[in-house]
Design a protein around this ligand. Structure first.
Ligand code: NAI
Length: 422
């Protein structure tokens, strides 16, 4: 089988039968979960495609291991491999506290301009959940990854930069709304039209490709009118301009309601749903957090800004069994670059104990297979994981909350998944 490289041409990913895929094992429990997760992914490809397809893994160093071997936490070679081979997968990486060391995850996102953090959130039957009807949860969260308060432009109170910034606000801008200007720190929240549009376009494309019913734009535009409010406005405009034939927006509903009446607007909405149109709606972030707990079935694809997305992703993950089972990916849908990742951290408290749940990385692997277009192999993982949980042979995090379960190690959990694949 010849080794070949994934390419992206005219918006389409071309995936050879034996793609080279770089992996970063990660720090802490990364070393415990990567090998079992890789075994499951390889088994799914083998079971699904026999000798026709195979992933040719190539290790990329990053984090502690990279630092020990090369003196750098993110060697240029690793970054170059992720750029060249387009798709990669990683375990968690430690961000040392203090010392001016930036998060490697943030660096990777910025260097490859991975503008979407995609988190699919679904429940696997049998996983302990704090909500009454976890089976109604099926979210696909598109969190903007490159803008918002997360860019880190902040000025600490008392510094010369802060004084400069404060003087600009108070004098040049004649701003008098800062309650305690002399002791305030300041942060800047950039939200652009391009940045919002590319994220929302990716969310709509994804919803259409996966035949999903709606996209909810989540924002706090009632308070932050020009940043979060614009996100919503640009989102509706984009949907109406670029996807006119395929979507029905809540904007249109309100327009019909204002110009005619509620009955006519309801009729238009129902007819759009019957005709399989994608519904584009919006929700204010605080109300949204309440709504996903009370009525999770109301939401499918979710497109939101960076900070909202952070809160929403963790809440949603907790609804279906928490951190050990939540997969994710950082993707640039224009260049194709994508890094699939376990969403949890390095869990220093359980390293080497066999307690780590490899589920998050295994599910990230399944997401990666879907992204490659190898859906049948991904489905094998989903079904086998479901079966394994049904037999109640689970790792410590799930065992703790399940009745009559058997405790298995990280490796044995992965083995069970492989057994249940056939
Ligand atoms: P953490 O996610 O590592 O741990 C939080 C809690 O969840 C711990 O009790 C841990 O034992 C548990 N946990 C995490 N993953 C688990 C798994 N797969 N199975 C069972 N239990 C699991 O978060 P924490 O402690 O805040 O961060 C530790 C380190 O990880 C820090 O250096 C942080 O910067 C880094 N981190 C890296 C991330 C990444 O690479 N994507 C994401 C979050 C944190």
């Amino acid at each position: 089988m010849t080794e070949t490289i994934i390419t992206m041409k005219n918006g389409t990913l071309n995936v050879p039968d034996a793609p080279i895929i770089p992996f970063i094992e990660g720090d802490g429990i990364g070393r415990d979960i990567w090998k079992p997760a890789k075994k499951v992914i390889d088994a799914a490809v083998k079971t699904g495609f026999g000798n026709r397809r195979k992933i040719l893994w190539r290790e990329g160093l990053a984090g502690e291991t990279a630092y020990q071997r090369t003196g750098e936490r993110l060697p240029e070679e690793t970054l170059a491999a992720l750029k060249k081979y387009i798709v990669g997968i990683k375990g968690p990486l430690t961000t040392p506290v203090g010392g001016g060391i930036r998060s490697l995850n943030v660096t990777l996102r910025q260097k490859l301009d991975l503008f979407t953090c995609l988190r699919p959130v679904r429940w696997f039957k049998g996983v302990p959940s704090p909500v009454k009807e976890p089976m109604k949860v099926n979210f696909h969260i598109f969190r903007e990854n490159t803008e918002d308060i997360y860019v880190g432009i902040e000025y600490m109170a008392g510094t010369p930069e802060n004084t400069k910034f404060k003087n600009f606000l108070l004098n040049d801008m004649q701003e008098n709304r800062v309650r305690f200007p002399d002791t305030s720190s300041f942060g800047v929240k950039p939200v652009s039209k391009e940045g919002s549009e590319r994220l929302i376009k990716a969310a709509i494309d994804y919803a259409l490709a996966h035949n999903l019913p709606s996209v909810t734009l989540v924002h706090k535009g009632n308070i932050m009118k020009f940043t979060e409010g614009s996100f919503k406005k640009w989102g509706y405009e984009l949907a109406e301009m670029n996807f006119a034939e395929k979507v029905f927006t809540w904007n249109t509903y309100l327009k019909i309601k204002n110009e005619k009446d509620k009955t006519t607007a309801d009729k238009a909405l129902n007819s759009a749903i019957e005709n399989g149109k994608l519904i584009i709606k919006d929700c204010i972030a605080d109300a949204f957090l309440q709504d996903i707990l009370l009525h999770p079935e109301n939401h499918s694809v979710i497109a939101t800004l960076n900070l909202n997305g952070d809160y929403i992703s963790d809440l949603a993950a907790a609804m279906v069994g928490g951190i050990g089972m939540a997969p994710g990916a950082n993707i640039n849908f224009e260049t194709g670059h994508a890094i699939f990742e376990a969403t949890h951290g390095t869990a220093p408290d359980i390293v080497g104990t066999g307690k780590a749940n490899p589920g998050s990385l295994i599910l990230s692997g399944a997401m990666m297979l879907e992204y490659l277009g190898w859906q049948s192999a991904a489905n094998l993982i989903y079904r086998a994981l479901e079966k394994t949980i049904a037999t109640k042979k689970v790792t410590a995090d799930l065992f703790e909350h399940m009745d009559a379960a058997s405790l298995v190690s990280t490796e044995d959990f992965a083995e069970e998944i492989i057994i249940n694949m056939t």
